[in-house]
Design a protein around this ligand. Structure first.
Ligand code: MN
Length: 241
């Protein structure tokens, strides 16, 4: 088993090492990650300048940093190592649940794998700040990999709470969007704006957001097809040419 690990937090993120240490139990691990943080870059690719990489070991793992986006790292990784069997992205420092999946570079890197015919799995956690200890998450990453290797799914989004107690196969939370614009002022009195997040209440049962609040690891199988079949069928029935 050849496993490529990518992320969007950059090569120096502690999430990479945690994921690599678990992945190494399943096969040979190589790491290719952005040379600086690329969070919320979604599925951006670099097309107007060349990509290159520099060897940057992560502990004992073969690892390289790339002057590109998360999706670039996946594309370059499977080009350099076509023998790759699956691509793991993360572990991201910050959840990627609900509509934030649209913004996630972590998920986009796994999506890029699926686009290129490889299995892609994105891992995120709500561990942020000073304490990056992911020992509590590791057994669940291991179990998730075991489960997923037995099933034939191309793209999976996994979120790990701070104190995980079990697994929940769940759907993406869609009812709420937590993005919010927060105005402020710089020291010169000029206006500026933060695109930030606000807490979401009234969480729907059976969703990734519900799972995390209840200390469950959320696992959501995804698909690449964005077509709205409901609208497509409805417009077809109107027989518009
Ligand atoms: Mn990130």
């Amino acid at each position: 088993m050849n496993i490529l690990i990518v992320n969007d937090d950059g090569i120096y993120s502690p999430g990479i090492l945690a994921l690599a240490e678990v992945a190494a139990e399943f096969g040979e691990v190589k790491v290719l990650a952005p040379n600086m943080e690329q969070s919320a870059m979604s599925h951006a690719i670099t097309y107007a300048r060349p990509l290159s990489y520099i060897r940057t070991p992560v502990k004992d793992f073969e690892a390289y940093r790339v002057n590109g986006t998360p999706a670039d790292c996946t594309a370059l990784g499977v080009y350099l190592w076509p023998e790759t069997n699956m691509v793991l992205s993360g572990i991201n420092l910050g959840l990627n649940i609900g509509n934030s999946m649209w913004h996630s570079g972590t998920l986009a890197a796994a999506k890029q794998a699926a686009l290129m015919g490889y299995r892609g799995m994105a891992f995120s956690t709500d561990i942020t700040g000073e304490d990056f200890d992911m020992e509590a998450q590791k057994p669940f990453v291991r179990q998730a990999l075991e489960m997923l290797l037995e099933n034939d799914m191309e793209l999976i989004n996994i979120n790990l709470p701070k104190k995980p107690e079990g697994f929940s196969w769940c759907k993406q939370s869609l009812r709420h969007y937590d993005g919010v614009m927060v105005p402020g002022e710089d020291p010169q009195g000029r206006k500026h704006y933060w695109f930030s997040v606000e807490p979401v209440e009234d969480v729907e049962k059976g969703t990734d957001r519900w799972a995390i609040i209840h200390n469950q690891v959320s696992i959501t199988p995804l698909r690449l097809d964005l077509t709205s079949y409901k609208d497509l069928e409805s417009i077809k029935q109107k027989e518009i040419p």
